[in-house]
Design a protein around this ligand. Structure first.
Ligand SMILES: [Zn+2]
Length: 468
């Protein structure tokens, strides 16, 4: 089986007390049970079958393991198509020492062995949406999971840029930029937020927010002009811009003449990239295995206690018939428990293997993310090359460039390179401290210009002419 997507949804707020954690766990399990029943399951315990929408052979299994106040319940749904393709969705709720965690995986495989290409287009399971819709905050590690966020204005954009840079961020952010209130493809921001619910946060940003991203992250790592970008966790200032896939508005609109077809293709592409990353890098909560191991240990202790109790009884047996009854029940009980324990041991070995495999997968992902070229080669809608920064394009002596102020910050002006405004009212500017600081910020090492002039005709913000 190949894992194609994984989700972690954590509840941590107001869960200091065991009773609160149990109540929350029960509430979430009820949401999953309702989903299962809605699929046609007759009961929400043990095993059973249901009618899959596509006529697949569908079955489910519900297992609960407890260790004192902690418990783990897993709902495993398995669907086998007439062609022998198998899909398994596992949803588990762990009531832990500190929190309540939902862990969801989607796997695909074949019933019979064959070497074939398996094309999958994983989509967010309805149960994940149902859980996210429950009141209260959801976390994935240090990051809060959010629905579509509208980010308007420079200050909001600056806050988003800082959140993108936050070293503790654990989920990807997809940023969709708007021009005059419009995304490059119809409702692209809403559609991506729908597709990526639970695995990535989606932000829809306006022009001013884009300027803030350019100011904080620099141009090669910014998103503007109707572009879409995925920002992966652990983004550093000197990060390779290719690591964070970017599709410009031009690229998005040239996918297909029909905007609806273009929209479907980019949605599928972004979904595939983010889901694949989740499958390889989301780590199974360790408390699941702690609970299972503790439960296995206490079962073993119970077996020993039972054995010694039976020994006591045997010693006290007054008749041969009584002794025989006790001996029989002892043997039967012993065999049953021994068998169960052996099964549990095998399961634990498999789990240990799984943890090792996940760790290897994670390493592979880190490598893969570094190899952005390989990713973009495999990509259906190839991402664009990020634009260069002003500082990466050294001006030549005598060269003239024009810059316009987009926003004023207390210490400096945020400037952007533009075309000549066409006016002829250029004036020397002795008092242009904020503009100079903004330019120096933009140009890095190439800040030694010959002249700096201000346009007297342009309205709405400063227009500057710089000559080297
Ligand atoms: Zn002008």
């Amino acid at each position: 089986m190949q894992k194609v997507a994984a989700y972690i949804l954590e509840r941590t707020e107001d869960l200091q007390w065991p009773d609160a954690r149990k109540a929350e766990g029960d509430r979430l399990r009820a949401v999953i049970e309702a989903w299962l029943k809605n699929k046609g399951a007759s009961s929400v315990d043990g095993t059973g079958t249901y009618a899959a929408v596509d006529g697949s052979d569908a079955s489910y299994q519900v297992t609960t393991v407890a260790d004192g106040e902690r418990s783990w319940r897993i709902f495993e749904l398995s669907e086998v198509t007439p062609e022998g393709r198998k899909f398994v969705t596992s949803v588990s709720v762990t009531i832990g020492h500190k929190n309540v965690v939902v862990f969801v995986t989607m796997e695909v495989g074949s019933v019979a062995t064959s070497i074939t290409r398996i094309d999958v287009d994983p989509k967010c399971p309805k149960v994940v949406r149902d859980l996210l819709a429950q009141p209260g905050g959801w976390l994935h590690g240090a990051s809060r999971l959010r629905g579509l966020s509208q980010v308007d204005g420079f200050d909001a954009g600056e806050a988003l840029a800082l959140e993108i840079q936050n070293k503790d961020r654990t989920i990807p952010f997809a940023v969709v930029s708007r021009v005059l209130g419009m995304t490059a493809l119809p409702k692209l921001d809403e559609k991506l937020a729908h597709d990526l619910a639970g695995v990535a946060n989606v932000y829809s940003i306006d022009e001013d927010a884009s300027w803030a991203l350019t100011d904080v992250l620099r141009k090669p790592l910014s998103t503007y002009g109707g572009a879409v970008r995925i920002y992966w966790p652990r983004l550093a200032g000197n990060d390779d811009p290719f690591r964070h896939q970017l599709w410009t508005a031009t690229r998005l609109q040239s996918i297909d003449a029909d905007p609806k077809t273009a929209l479907e293709r980019i949605r599928r592409q972004v979904r595939a990239i983010v889901m694949r990353a989740s499958a390889a890098s989301v780590v199974r909560p360790s408390e699941i295995d702690e609970i299972r191991e503790a439960a296995a240990r206490s079962e073993y202790a119970a077996l020993q206690a039972k054995a010694s109790a039976l020994e006591d009884l045997k010693a006290k047996a007054s008749s041969l018939a009584e002794f025989k009854d006790i001996a029989d029940s002892y043997a039967a009980e012993n065999d049953k428990l021994r068998h169960e324990l052996a099964a549990r041991d095998t399961e634990l070995d498999q789990l240990r293997g799984e943890v090792k495999r996940l760790e290897a997968d994670k390493q592979a992902l880190i490598f893969q993310l570094g190899q952005a070229k390989a990713i973009s080669e495999a990509a259906e809608v190839e991402p664009d090359a990020p634009e260069q920064d002003e500082a990466d394009q050294p001006p030549t002596p005598g060269e003239v460039r024009f810059y316009k102020k987009t926003h004023s910050k207390p210490a400096y002006d945020v400037l952007v390179r533009v075309a000549d405004c066409g006016h002829t009212a250029w004036r020397g500017a002795a008092k242009a401290d904020k503009a100079k600081k903004g330019l120096a910020r933009l140009l890095g090492d190439h800040r030694e210009w010959k002249s700096l002039q201000h346009c007297g005709s342009c309205t709405g913000g400063g227009m500057w002419k710089v000559q080297w």
